[in-house]
Design a protein around this ligand. Structure first.
Ligand code: MG
Length: 219
């Protein structure tokens, strides 16, 4: 009973700041995207591929969330994309207040899409809205095809699921159809993108969908 009383106000405070973030980004016509996945699924690789695919079509900015290091933001910075690194120092998720600070360091008036790479975790990030308009879960065929059933929280809360590393399908015991069915059962409205950040296969469809979401928001 006490637990509920304590948790509720914290979440509400985060949601309020998340709403502020969303309002701020909306005034700049920016589409904010929250990218969530377990470590190693390919979040940063997807960020880099998306930057490449949307070059000249939409101006991207990136917030990189990691427990430690600037390894990922260095990779993004090398593409001359505005990027802010957040080190959570042990926290297993980003929160709205941290993202709000990061927004202050970004050139919002010259951005169209903001990719927020959350900390690698399939549980904690789900409960903390950041101000995003689009929520995406990334999984890979190097993981289990039963992942949606094991982590229903994330798979039911997203607008799209990106299934990465499809170039590895011949080498792993991954049932693609079982994965598709699991996602559809849990979240019938979710878009599914099957791609490989390594080969670039399937990236175009994902990037085009993201661009279309930004254009819809603009109106
Ligand atoms: Mg990363």
């Amino acid at each position: 009973m006490k637990k509920v009383e304590v948790i509720t106000p914290i979440l509400n405070a985060n949601d309020l700041v998340a709403q502020e973030n969303q309002n701020l980004l909306k005034t700049h016509g920016i589409l904010p995207v929250n990218l969530m996945a377990s470590p190693g699924a390919g979040k940063t690789s997807l960020v880099l591929q998306t930057i490449k695919a949307l070059q000249g079509r939409a101006r991207l900015g990136v917030v990189e969330g990691d427990i430690a290091s600037s390894i990922d933001s260095d990779k993004v910075a090398a593409t001359h994309t505005p990027v802010v690194q957040i080190n959570t120092g042990g926290e297993c998720h980003l929160d709205a207040l941290t993202v709000q600070k990061a927004l202050k360091a970004l050139p919002l008036s010259s951005l169209d899409i903001l990719l927020i790479e959350n900390v690698g975790n399939l549980i904690c990030p789900v409960e903390f809205r950041l101000g995003e308009k689009i929520r995406v879960a990334i999984a890979s065929v190097a993981e289990g095809d039963d992942k949606p059933y094991k982590y229903p929280g994330i798979f039911t809360s997203v607008h799209a699921v990106v299934l990465n590393k499809i170039d590895l399908l011949p080498y792993v015991d991954f049932d693609l159809e079982a994965m598709r069915q699991a996602i559809k059962r849990l979240n019938p409205g979710a878009k599914i993108f099957e791609l490989s950040c390594r080969t670039g296969e399937g990236v175009t469809a994902w990037a085009a969908w993201l661009e279309s979401q930004w254009k819809v928001q603009e109106k």
